[in-house]
Design a protein around this ligand. Sequence first.
Ligand code: E4P
Length: 218
Amino acid sequence: MKFFIDTANLAQIKEANELGILDGVTTNPSLMAKEGIKGEEAVRNHYKTICEMVDGDISAEVISTDFNGIVEEGKILAAIHPNIVVKVPMIKDGVKALKWFTDNGIKTNCTLVFSAGQAILAAKAGATYVSPFVGRIDDGNWDGMELIGQIAQIYSLQGFKTQILAASIRSSLHIVRAAELGADVCTCPLEPILGLLKHPLTDIGLAKFLEDAKKMKQ
Ligand code: E4P
């Protein structure tokens, strides 16, 4: 399973990248706004900086909602760097645009996916990635991880090549569950990634080893 970090914060991207386990980055307009990025040029420059920091797929989201707008915006984003993946919302014109990008060799990430039916459409349109939003489904008292399992089963049965990108991940346990259920990618904030490191028995064991190591010194 690939690890993407879900942020536009350069310090957090750097920290995750330095761990050596980062395969890419996902962003969205809310994450970009949170970093105070304003204006089209600043947005493009920010994506370029991220692409230069991380050697992997970088999702950049369109904000147009009509076919022509999505395609034009996507072309501009894709021209920033070969690693840019155009992130397209799961709407009717989005599906049409996904197919256009597929036919024109531009990688895509279909975002805001909340059902297996939507995931089938994204795969039919040739999306590189499909992003089911696990945490937001959980927020509504449904089991987001169930959707990951369902999509994994359908894609495997039908031979769809679209990669399942478990998104809206809120905890380290979500990451483990996504891996168990066959997600190809997991995108999450830095915190749940670092949370995977933690186990009290590791801390206790290390403290004991270091204490005993002192006895070996002359
Ligand atoms: C995915 O690509 C989205 O940017 C993201 O995972 C949404 O997460 P949230 O539900 O925590 O905002």
